[in-house]
Ligand binder design. Sequence first.
Ligand code: ATP
Ligand code: MG
Length: 267
Amino acid sequence: MSNLEAQYRIEKEPYYREVNGEVGLFEAAYAARLPMMVKGPTGCGKSRFIEYMAWRLKRPLVSVACNEDMTASDLVGRFLLDKDGTKWQDGPLTTAARIGAICYLDEVVEARQDTTVVIHPLTDHRRSLPLDKKGELIHAHADFQLVISYNPGYQSAMKDLKQSTKQRFGALDFSYPDRETEIEIVAHESGVSADIAGKLVSIAERSRNLKGHGLDEGLSTRMLIYAGSLMKKGVDALSACSMALVRPMTDDPDMRDALDAAVGTFF
Ligand SMILES: Nc1ncnc2c1ncn2[C@@H]1O[C@H](COP(=O)(O)OP(=O)(O)OP(=O)(O)O)[C@@H](O)[C@H]1O
Ligand SMILES: [Mg+2]
């Protein structure tokens, strides 16, 4: 194993509870080296799932958080100036293609479209990556796979992926786990009892019904884990919920009241 590969290797099994057959589907997609898109609201387990799958498939994982200032060079690489002159430095996408990693581009819609197109030749039969500035064409390692994440609903028409990008991927839809599974996850990750986790999940269910009625999104699994973690640190339930569930979500007084009322019903 090369040094680089070791650096991106996931040694310890990440905790992941399967929700809807996604493990087997992803394994089949990986076997076919199909580029994949994982879609779903924030905090529902997309990143954790990819970490788990990389571990399970014994592939290194190179993750990149995308943003609108990102350029193609940030993904592909650039020449850097040092005391001995200029030296080429691979970007994370290039590294992943060379070592046969799973490359996870998080929130890829945030990147500008001219950045996104650099992934095109990697995601069709070519499986190649031109390093234009360096004058090199890389052929991706046989084990390389590209995965992107996508929060449907957040993007305006201006900021959506082009069809020519979307149609290069298979997609798996993620949503919040079913009640029993979510309770188990919240209890496991925060350390609270199943009873308390159940109450947190009930609050989340209420909030998810407010989606589209004043809330853009319901409470995520991640927030429930935060609330539980605060309780485990000795914070009383009402303060923990206020701090981790209600206050971050909204500044609208009516919405706060509605969420506070949901908290008050269970704690
Ligand atoms: N199915 C699951 N199994 C285990 N843990 C989970 C699961 N779903 C959610 N979690 C927990 O929820 C937390 C948030 O999940 P994660 O970071 O994967 O969300 P995400 O979908 O990538 O969100 P974002 O779009 O904001 O990046 C994780 O740290 C993990 O503790
Ligand atoms: Mg994520």
